[in-house]
Design a binder for this molecule. Structure first.
Ligand code: C2E
Ligand code: CA
Ligand code: CA
Length: 698
């Protein structure tokens, strides 16, 4: 039995210092270490750990054979590797060893052949055996695998989408994330997570990632099919050996959003008519007011109140009333433009918001057109009934900017209009809401205006459509208000009517119009007649005929140069009085025009019996032509009616060349409107008359 080589022999140095150094190293390394000679596989050297491992005292190991110290089971496992190592191959072998206490240890054997020269030839003279207990290492690996597996199972089981990424680059995603987005795993791996986020949310999302924020926020993803999906996401940073990863936990909140939307819809709409409710109206108004102010645009608020609605409810029942309201809501909706806003303000009240109005009159036109729609007959439970509505109008900027103010003013104007007779519109004026003192003050100012020459007349030309020849002027009254500037008749005639001032104003208008026209005639300007408007109240209260006689005599104007415009409604309301008055005017030689024709309900029988000269198609029919086919049909019918009664037809509110051509084509003889000439003050009208070629002068 040869002696195992000493440490110095092993290292080939032969120094004693080296011997102790090797022992020190051998006992310091955290492995079991032994040297066996190649010939007999007897131990030449081992460290304490090896001795502990084989369960023998260290000093008994020298000279013992490998088979003796290693248990049979382990020996069997490593023997093939030993053989190969003896043949000169460095070997590694992992084997499991059952311990006495029942636990299993995992050992890693490393066999390194020791070569040397024997008889001048390289040969394996021994084996260095290193045994490493890697049981703990293996356990850790196993635990990690198990944890990953658990993680994966969890990830697949949850309905939350999970996406793992590093700096945005997608590393992994679970089934829920793929279901939410519609992609396969292969399609998302390696791509940037931000690519899937809608552009408007990208910056926020990147910021959350960059700052490693860990609280939830809402964003939207683009589904593979293009649809945007609202998401609630929360990112968590996972520190890893190779740098931090983020896991994004996301939840599809489409359903939640839909619920919210639905709740919001319910909160903002009227359940009966489905129109926006008052709360929605106020918000919309606030928004529109800000916009209008910024763009310096004009906006109108139309406040509708259905006339005598209570009677319907009382006599036909609430269900009939409800159906009627729904029908009115529908008619209103059909009657306004796509950008106009309608709300139900409560009960039988509706509000229409008109934006970007070019002029005040457009609000009045829309109000009249909508009143007409509402008033058309309804069929409720086999009964035909027709209800009209009264409208108050407030304007931005004239009547205020705040939603509250605009609504209050429009409602006040509506109330005021109800008192003066229903079925019409009325613009808001400060006296309607103000203290009685305010109304008194306005009344006082208006009285002063009549006395002190603060009223003005504007003149709007009327022409023959075919030739462009001037056929007359319409006189339109204005009030030069000391604070509010030049006011149109809509803004003060209602006040005048309620304060008994309509007669003095009407008298002034008649006298001034006749005086002016006569003055122009005397100057040698074209001799055309002037038309003067007479309101329903004036028609009832004033003795028009004797006044006219007097004025004509005083001004020296020939009767054929004066015309009176009376609305269709006025004529029909006072049938007997109308007939006698019209006959007297005819006898006097003063022509009469039926104004605003088509807005009232004419009885053909009356029309035939009245001595009339012209029928004026209301401008609300003209405004939407040529696009509105229904309006074209109405105009056609009115023009034909005029022809059959041998009356001249006049279209008012002609704004475009297209409308002018259309009207002429329909056989309408005369026209008036901004597209021909706007109303002008006396000075401008005078200048305008002078520009006319003399040949057109009659
Ligand atoms: P009206 O008799 O229908 O008068 C025509 C109105 O239409 C005028 O408004 C005129 O400025 C406007 N107009 C003219 N061309 C166009 C156009 O192309 N497009 C549009 N959208 N409108 C156009 P104004 O002057 O504000 O008069 C409003 C109403 O006030 C008149 O309607 C008339 O009923 C009444 N009115 C005017 N002057 C008097 C008056 O002296 N006495 C009485 N009692 N009422 C008057
Ligand atoms: Ca008129
Ligand atoms: Ca008119």
């Amino acid at each position: 039995m040869s002696q195992p080589p000493s440490a110095s022999e092993l290292t080939g140095t032969g120094a004693h210092a080296c011997d102790t150094l090797l022992s020190l190293v051998a006992d310091t390394v955290p492995v079991m270490l032994a040297y066996y000679d190649a010939r007999q596989l007897r131990c030449g050297f081992a460290n304490q750990r090896f001795a502990d491992f084989v369960g023998r005292p260290l000093d008994s190991l020298a000279g013992s054979s490998a088979q003796e110290v290693i248990d049979a089971e382990t020996w069997q496992q490593i023997q093939p590797s030993v053989q190969r190592a003896l043949n000169g191959e460095g070997m590694q072998h992992v084997c499991q060893r059952q311990q006495a206490d029942g636990t299993t240890r995992v050992l890693e054997f490393s066999l390194q052949p020791h070569r040397d020269l024997i008889h001048g030839q390289q040969a394996v003279v021994g084996l260095m055996v290193l045994v490493n207990d890697i049981s703990r290492h293996r356990q850790a690996e196993h635990a990690l695998r198990q944890s990953e597996e658990r993680m994966r199972r969890f990830a697949e089981a949850t309905e939350e989408g999970l996406v793992f990424h590093r700096d945005g680059c997608i590393l992994d995603a679970n089934g829920a994330a793929l279901r939410i987005t519609g992609y396969t795993l292969a399609e998302v791996l390696g791509r940037s997570i931000f690519e899937f986020i809608l552009p408007e949310f990208r910056a926020v999302s990147m910021e959350y990632t960059r700052r490693a924020r860990e609280h939830p926020y809402e964003l939207a993803l683009r589904h593979k099919n293009g649809r945007a999906i609202p998401i609630e996401a929360v990112g968590k940073t996972l520190p890893q050996a190779d740098g931090a990863q983020r896991v994004v936990i996301m939840r599809d909140i489409t359903a939640r959003r839909e619920e919210q939307e639905h709740a919001r819809y319910l909160a903002q709409h009227d359940t009966l008519t489905q129109l926006p409710n008052r709360r929605f109206l106020m918000r919309q108004l606030a928004r529109a007011a800000v916009e209008a102010e910024q763009r310096q645009a004009r906006m109108a608020l139309l406040f509708f109140d259905v006339d005598h609605f209570k009677t319907v409810n009382d006599s036909l029942g609430h269900e009939a009333g409800d159906r009627l309201l729904c029908e009115m809501a529908r008619r209103l909706q059909e009657g306004v433009g796509a950008h106009d806003f309608i709300a139900r303000a409560g009960g039988d009240q509706f509000v229409v918001l008109l934006q970007d109005l070019r002029y005040r009159g457009a609000a009045a036109d829309m109000a009249d057109a909508l009143i007409r729609r509402i008033s058309a007959a309804h069929e409720i439970g086999g009964t035909q009934l027709s209800l009209s509505a009264t409208v108050g109008i407030s304007m931005l900027p004239e009547d205020g900017y705040s939603p509250d103010e605009l609504l209050r003013h429009a409602a006040a104007a509506m109330q005021y209009a109800k008192e003066g007779g229903r079925g019409t519109h009325l613009f808001y004026a400060p006296y309607m809401l103000g203290q009685p003192a305010e109304a008194l003050q306005q009344e006082h100012l208006l009285r002063e205006a009549v006395l002190q020459d603060a009223l003005r007349l504007h003149y709007q030309p009327q022409i023959q459509l075919a030739t462009g020849r001037l056929t007359g002027f319409e006189a339109l009254v204005r009030w030069q208000h000391p604070e509010r500037g030049l006011l149109g008749p809509d803004e003060f005639i209602p006040l005048a009517e309620s304060r008994g001032l309509v007669t003095p104003i009407g008298r002034w208008v008649l006298r001034e119009a006749c005086r002016q026209i006569k003055a122009w005639h005397d100057e040698g300007l074209p001799r055309v007649p002037v038309a003067v408007n007479v309101s329903a109240m004036e028609f009832r209260q004033r003795d028009i005929v004797s006044e006219i006689k007097q004025v004509l005599a005083q001004t020296g104007l020939a009767p054929e140069y004066l015309e009176i415009e009376i609305t269709e409604t006025t004529l029909m309301q006072h049938a007997e009085h109308s007939r006698t008055t019209l006959q007297e005017l005819q006898a006097l030689g003063v022509a009469v025009t039926v104004d605003d024709f088509g807005t009232g309900y004419s009885s053909l029988a009356y029309l035939k019996r009245y001595p009339l000269d012209k029928i004026k198609v209301d401008r609300s029919f003209v405004i939407d032509t040529p696009n509105d086919g229904e309006d074209v049909a109405i105009i056609t019918a009115i023009v034909q009616l005029a022809q059959s009664l041998q009356l001249q037809s006049v279209a008012e509110g002609v704004e475009t060349a297209e409308q002018r051509r259309l009207l002429q084509g329909l056989g309408c003889e005369l026209g008036q409107g901004f597209g021909i000439a706007a109303p002008m003050d006396a000075q401008a009208a005078h200048a305008w008359l002078q520009t006319l070629p003399t040949m057109t002068k009659p």
